[in-house]
Design a protein around this ligand. Sequence first.
Ligand SMILES: Nc1ncnc2c1ncn2[C@@H]1O[C@H](COP(=O)(O)OP(=O)(O)OP(=O)(O)O)[C@@H](O)[C@H]1O
Length: 264
Amino acid sequence: MSAEDRQPDELLRTEGLAKVFGRGKDEVRAVDGVDLALARGEVTALVGQSGSGKSTLGRLLLRLMDPSAGRVVFDGRDVTAVRGAERRDYWREVQAVFQDPFAAFHQYRRVEATLATALQLMPSGTDGRALMEASLASVGLDAAETLAKRPHELSGGQRQRVMLARALMLRPRLLIADEATSMLDASVRVTVLNLLADLRDERGMTVLFVTHDLGQAYYLADRIAVMHRGRIVESGPAERIVAEPEHPYTRSLLADVPKLHRTA
Ligand SMILES: Nc1ncnc2c1ncn2[C@@H]1O[C@H](COP(=O)(O)OP(=O)(O)OP(=O)(O)O)[C@@H](O)[C@H]1O
């Protein structure tokens, strides 16, 4: 790693990142040359409609799949090809919560066992019980009430908070929240959005908030990157993107915001 590779304000950046699925006429350029920088301690929202490539980009950042081209640089270190023990180390720094927390749970597994899976990434000798209790408390859940429950005994909002608690046990520096609020009803959604804002404000956590909803992005994010057909078509401070959108696609997303809220 060279000294100039480490930008002080930048926790993660991608350079020309691409993912192509299929071949010939079936080829899909799901991520098509993305340069994205995530500033430390900020929430960046990645906004785009279904199929724009947001989840694929998220999976590339998490090292859950190999890119077709380009690089991922985390804290000045090239992590594009990390695997094995190095990739597990990376996952202590970068954690994710996904859209459907029910799918992420084992149906019959109690919350305690779900949270314990995070301990596999931690040094031996870690006081797992204390960590679980603290992490559940940080998302507003009571350990005594929650640890013995199975997924179907929890509400959607509680399940999402358990998954957030699991991610937070590792004290990641970057949290990727991929449509993490889209299945929640409006009041629970605001609670989870505020929780993400608190993680930024109190812990200085960097968050990539992936959503199709520009309204939620504006509510939470410092910066917004708009994704369309695998490319970032526009990015900048959230106020600027919403007040003075430059790209026609951003304008069309903005036009949808009142509609989304009327149907919510
Ligand atoms: N494993 C795969 N094989 C082939 N094509 C894929 C695969 N994963 C994604 N794609 C395609 O890549 C494009 C981007 O998909 P992706 O899921 O990243 O979009 P998205 O913006 O996250 O959409 P959504 O909000 O609906 O999840 C889509 O055309 C999708 O069909």
